[in-house]
Design a protein around this ligand. Structure first.
Ligand code: BG6
Length: 475
């Protein structure tokens, strides 16, 4: 059997135009840069996939080059440990040539001046709170940006459909759409992308991948992690905005899309966009959605207080830490099949998977005994696994049905999800970025749910931290 590497690069027939020379990270002293961006970049550099790159950090904090260099050193450390001599040499080169600039991106002219001083093409990564990124972009004009500048926007992209539309207007006034990278790191997850290979490179699944044969699809991302000091962001967001609004909707779209002509960005993103355009949540929100918030409990031996009592939380906001919505995809292939998307924090354990449940056979021959259960396919998003659960004849009585599981562990990508996303940014390939119209559509799907929740039309249930969810919720 041939092995495969799961490298996203293998999937992409994209030929880059001009590679980025400078990566400018705004919000360089922030948490996202240290925890995710720099380690993702380190993997890229160490694998020789970002060669002559100049890294510039910029932030509001008055840091020296030394402080910045210390941060880069720490974030590069684990990649450096496993790198060979060449890999270490390139990592050291990027680190030692990197500089830090103090900047207030909301002050007129400051960001434009900084960009003008850099070697182009430049990718400007806005690792900043959305309101600040928006303001910074509004202050730029097209003449401030050298040719081939790429703008990289972290999630959340806007706060609702209207603001996402406005932000798109601001950005497309500055650079063409294919130079805008709206980050959703789930599009850089190897297992999410593996769904493409699984579906479209095998004859087995596609003929049954529709409402004639599939009963329901669940996309679940339950985390044991709780608030982890992120109240400032999370309490204003909640589980629906944080996880479902873009990450799980995109995973769903990959599961549901039509076979694209190619994996070129236009074909792939057209396919994803078509699914999301066809998606709605039934307006009977008490039936089609659920929300809950954790109370005190213990997760992995760690005692947690009530969410409402966590530092920085405003209990009056009623922020949910567990959300579930049932999406209908209104097209011929999926009409009638519920897509149930669920994600929450402080749950009993991590359960991160897509679960496809098939319908029962149209006729089970009389004479079988034992349990007849539906065929299920589980695509694990971490650990990366693929499991097919089927009924076969049991070992004792040959006519008794028994469950068998075919299971394989998939290779993780050699790049972290942020490495995959950054590779697209640096090579000018927007395939793994969310397209502007799709970003607006994701909000169009969840906005009515958020409005109903804000109006308290759906009860806010409770579950003890460390449990599998509220009593009465299944799964
Ligand atoms: C982030 C969310 O986008 O995704 C976090 O803000 C969440 O709350 C994380 O924990 C999950 O993704 P991953 O790849 O870290 O498992």
């Amino acid at each position: 059997m041939e092995t495969h590497t799961n490298s996203v690069q293998d999937y992409l027939p994209f030929s880059p135009d001009q590679e980025v020379s400078t990566l400018l990270i705004l919000g360089a002293s922030g948490d996202l840069t240290g925890r995710l961006l720099l380690p993702g970049l380190a993997r890229l550099v160490h694998h020789g996939r970002a060669q002559s790159l100049r890294l510039v950090g910029a932030g509001y904090d008055d840091w020296s080059d030394e402080q910045w260099s210390e941060r880069v050193t720490q974030s590069f450390a684990s990649a450096r440990e496993v790198a060979d001599d060449d890999g270490r040499a390139v990592l050291d080169l990027v680190r030692t040539t990197s500089v830090y600039r103090q900047i207030d991106v909301t002050a007129p002219g400051e960001l434009a001046n900084l960009i003008a001083s850099l070697q182009g093409p430049v990718a400007v990564y806005f690792a900043l709170p959305p309101a600040i990124s928006e303001k910074a972009c509004e202050l730029l004009s097209p003449g401030d940006l050298p040719e081939d500048t790429r703008l990289v926007m972290e999630k959340p992209f806007g706060t609702d459909q209207g603001s996402a539309f406005q932000l798109n207007e601001t950005l497309t006034r500055l650079v063409p759409e294919d130079h805008i990278h709206r980050v959703d790191h789930f599009l850089g997850k190897a297992t999410v992308l593996n769904i493409l290979g699984l579906r479209f490179a095998n004859r087995l699944l596609e003929p049954v991948w529709n409402n004639l044969h599939i009963d329901r699809v669940e996309v679940v991302y339950d985390e044991a992690l709780a608030l982890e000091g992120r109240a400032g962001y999370y309490d204003g967001a909640g589980a629906l905005r944080d996880m479902i609004q873009s990450h799980l909707l995109h995973a769903m779209a990959i599961l549901a899309m039509e076979s694209p002509v190619s994996l070129h960005e236009r074909d792939l993103r057209d396919g994803l966009g078509a699914v999301l355009r066809a998606s709605t949540v039934d307006p009977d929100f008490v039936t089609s959605t659920r929300r809950a918030r954790y109370t005190a409990g213990t997760v992995d031996g760690r005692a947690l207080p009530d969410y409402a009592a966590e530092d920085g939380v405003d209990p009056a906001r009623g922020t949910e830490t567990l959300a579930e919505i049932t999406v209908s995809i209104n097209n011929a292939r999926w009409s009638g099949v519920p897509f149930i998307l669920r994600s929450g924090k402080a749950l009993a354990g991590n359960r991160k998977e897509a679960l496809v449940t098939f319908k029962p056979v149209s006729h089970l021959p009389a004479g079988f005994s034992g349990q007849d259960s539906p065929t299920q396919l589980r695509i694990g998003f971490g650990p990366e696994t693929l499991k097919l659960e089927i009924d076969v004849n049991g070992p004792g009585d040959v006519f008794a049905l028994d469950r068998a599981v075919l299971e394989v562990e998939l290779n993780a990508s050699e790049l972290l999800p942020y490495g995959e996303v950054l590779e697209g940014v640096l090579t000018g390939d927007p395939t793994l970025s969310v397209r502007g119209d799709t970003a607006e559509d994701c909000w169009r799907i969840v906005d009515p749910v958020l409005a109903a929740w804000a109006a308290n039309e759906v009860p806010l249930d409770e579950y003890p931290a460390g449990s599998s969810g509220p009593v009465g919720w299944t799964g």
